[in-house]
Write a protein that binds this ligand. Structure first.
Ligand code: ZN
Ligand code: ZN
Length: 212
């Protein structure tokens, strides 16, 4: 298990740059048992970080990059999702008699840090802070709540269960580039939902009136 750690004493008011990488294995070990929808890590997570210290206050800023395979919340297809998020954490020293909850105390004892709920502020104690938990939570926050293979994903037809994106039987995407998706099924309310389809259904009647 990698340990992403920073020595407080080495930090100055001149920002120091740190780069950490975390394998998919590290993430799966952390989250594997709690995630109901498994996420496949396709590339190591990269953390680019800048840390500085002004008197007792430690500022950590940076970004996360990663690529994971997620299940689309509309069509249930697996797709590669690019993760990119930024974080900014301000740490102040934990005073000896300051009361933190048991989890906070555990964090201070194990990692030298206790994080606030929003991951933007926290306390530290001791000469070294370990950021595994922080980086793990930052990845979890960067994960989409409703993963979408495409903003325009049409999802699955609630009536016949067909993938409305027009995915072929062999699982390949048969949508043609630059064109809208072909109708995947003829279920009734699809036509009613589309104003153009309603117009199209009126046209023959208009045509027959003109012909008279
Ligand atoms: Zn989708
Ligand atoms: Zn249908």
């Amino acid at each position: 298990m990698p340990e992403f750690q920073i020595q407080i004493e080495r930090l100055t008011d001149e920002p120091d740059r740190f780069e950490f990488a975390a394998s998919g294995h590290w993430w799966v070990e952390r989250e594997g048992t709690t995630q109901d929808k498994p996420c496949v890590v396709e590339a190591p997570f990269l953390f680019d970080m800048v840390a500085s210290r002004c008197r007792d206050e430690v500022l950590i800023e940076g970004d996360i990059k990663g690529r994971v395979g997620l299940e689309c919340s509309r069509c249930a297809r697996r797709y590669p999702h690019v993760l990119h998020d930024t974080y900014r954490l301000v740490l102040t020293p934990a005073k000896d008699h300051e009361s933190t909850d048991p989890e906070g105390e555990r964090g201070l004892a194990q990692n030298g840090v206790c994080l606030g709920e929003d991951l933007e502020a926290g306390l530290y104690r001791g000469p070294v802070i370990r950021l595994d938990d922080f980086l793990g939570e930052a990845i979890a926050l960067a994960m989409p709540i409703q993963p979408l293979c495409d903003e325009a994903c049409l999802g699955i037809c609630p009536h016949c269960g067909v993938d409305r994106n027009g995915v072929g039987r062999n699982g390949t995407d048969v949508r043609e580039k630059g064109q809208g998706p072909a109708a995947a099924c003829d279920c009734e309310d699809e036509r009613i939902e589309s104003p153009f389809a309603v117009l199209a259904s009126l046209k023959p009647e208009l045509g027959s009136e003109e012909g008279e």
